[in-house]
Design a protein around this ligand. Structure first.
Ligand SMILES: NC(=O)c1ccc[n+]([C@@H]2O[C@H](COP(=O)([O-])OP(=O)(O)OC[C@H]3O[C@@H](n4cnc5c(N)ncnc54)[C@H](OP(=O)(O)O)[C@@H]3O)[C@@H](O)[C@H]2O)c1
Length: 300
C-alpha cells in the first residue's frame, strides 16, 4: 500500500446510476480525488465504472443492507488506501410498490408532488407494504448507520478532516410530520440519541403493522421513505455532535429526474449531485450537523 498525503479518497454508495453516478463523476473531476464507486450489483457497478472511463474511479461491491459486503469494502479500502476522507451515503430505496403506468397516466405536475398535495391522488397507485417499508428503513437509515460505523475507523485517519454526506430528502423535513411529539423528539438535538431514533423507527413499524399510521400522525406522503429520511437527518446531527473534527451533513438533492421517483423529477442529475459534491469537499471550519436544501443551509 502506498499512502499519498495529497490524495483524497472517497466512497459513494448506490453509485451505479442516478445522482450517485453523477456524484462520482463530479468528485473524480477534482484533482487528487480517487473515488470508489460502489453498487450492490457487480455488473451494474462495473458497467458504470466503464461508462465513466476515468483512471481515478475504481469499483467495489457494496450492498448497504449486507454486513459482510460492508466488511469487505472496509478491508478493501484499508488495504488499498489506508484511510478514507469522504463518504457519500447516497444509496436509497422508495419503500413503496408502484403501478408505474397508472402513475404516468395521472400526469401529476411537479408542484403538486413537491407540496405534498399529490398524497390523496396517489394512494391507489403507490402502496406501502410492510416488506417494502423494512427494505426502505434498512437501506436509508440502518444502511447508512452500518456503512458509516464500518468506515468510521478509516475516516478518523483522514489527513484532510473527514466529510460525511448523507443524501436525504425534503420528505424528511420535520414540519411535514403531523405528530408533534415525534417532531419534538427528532428535532431536539440536546436530548437526541441513536437509541431514541431507533425507538421512533420501532414505533413507526408498530403503527404500520396495526394500520395506525394516519391516526398516530405519521407523514402519509410516502410514509416509510419520509420517516427514513427524518431519522437519517436526526442521525446526522447526533454523529456530527460525536465527531466535531469532521464535517457531517445531510442534503436534499432537489427534485431530480431519476428512477427513484419514476422520472417525475425536473432537475438533471448534474444539478442534483451539486449539493453532495459541495458538502464532500467542504474546506476546514465549514458547517457540520446541518441540513442543506441543494447547496443552501435549510431548516431540519
Ligand atoms: N431523485 C430525487 O428527486 C431525490 C429527491 C430526494 C432525495 N433523493 C435521494 O437521492 C439518493 C439517490 O437517488 P436517485 O434519485 O439517484 O435514485 P436512483 O437512480 O434510483 O438511485 C438509487 C441508487 O441506490 C441504490 N441502492 C438501493 N438499495 C441499495 C442497497 N441495498 N445497497 C446499495 N445500493 C442500493 C440503487 O442500486 P440498484 O440500481 O441496484 O437498485 C441505485 O444505485 C437517494 O438516497 C434518494 O433517496 C432523490
Amino acid at each position: 500500500m502506498v499512502v499519498h498525503a495529497t490524495q483524497r479518497y472517497a466512497v459513494v454508495t448506490g453509485a451505479n446510476k442516478g445522482i450517485g453516478l453523477e456524484t462520482v463523476r463530479q468528485l473524480a473531476a477534482v484533482a487528487g480525488v480517487t473515488v470508489v464507486l460502489t453498487a450492490r450489483d457487480v455488473k451494474r457497478g462495473t458497467d458504470a465504472v466503464a461508462s465513466l472511463a476515468l483512471p481515478n474511479v475504481v469499483f467495489h461491491q457494496l450492498d448497504v443492507q449486507d454486513s459482510d459486503s460492508i466488511r469487505s469494502l472496509v478491508d478493501f479500502i484499508c488495504a488499498k488506501f489506508g484511510r478514507l476522507d469522504i463518504l457519500v451515503n447516497n444509496a436509497g430505496a422508495s419503500g413503496v410498490i408502484v403501478d408505474e403506468d397508472s402513475l404516468r397516466a395521472m400526469k401529476i405536475d411537479p408542484a403538486t408532488w413537491l407540496s405534498g398535495q399529490a398524497m390523496n391522488m396517489i394512494q391507489g397507485v403507490i402502496k406501502t407494504s410492510y416488506d417494502k417499508a423494512r427494505e426502505c428503513l434498512n437501506t436509508n437509515y440502518y444502511g447508512v448507520k452500518r456503512v458509516t460505523e464500518g468506515l468510521l475507523p478509516l475516516l478518523k485517519l483522514s489527513t484532510y478532516g473527514a466529510r460525511i454526506v448523507n443524501v436525504s430528502s425534503l420528505r424528511g423535513e420535520l414540519w411535514r410530520i403531523p405528530n408533534e411529539q415525534i417532531r419534538k423528539e427528532l428535532g431536539d438535538i440536546e436530548t437526541l440519541t441513536e437509541q431514541k431514533i431507533d425507538g421512533i423507527v420501532d414505533k413507526f413499524f408498530h403503527d404500520l403493522k396495526n394500520d395506525m399510521l394516519e391516526v398516530n400522525g405519521w407523514s402519509m406522503m410516502l410514509p416509510a421513505y419520509s420517516i427514513s429520511k427524518a431519522t437519517l437527518n436526526a442521525y446526522t446531527r447526533v454523529l456530527a455532535k460525536n465527531y466535531p473534527n469532521m464535517c457531517i451533513n445531510c442534503v436534499h438533492p432537489g427534485y431530480v429526474d431519476t428512477d427513484i421517483n419514476w422520472h417525475t423529477g425536473t432537475l438533471s442529475v448534474e444539478e442534483g449531485a451539486k449539493g453532495s459534491v459541495l458538502l464532500a469537499l467542504l474546506p476546514a471550519g465549514s458547517p457540520t450537523g446541518r441540513y442543506f436544501d441543494q447547496t443552501e443551509v435549510a431548516k431540519f
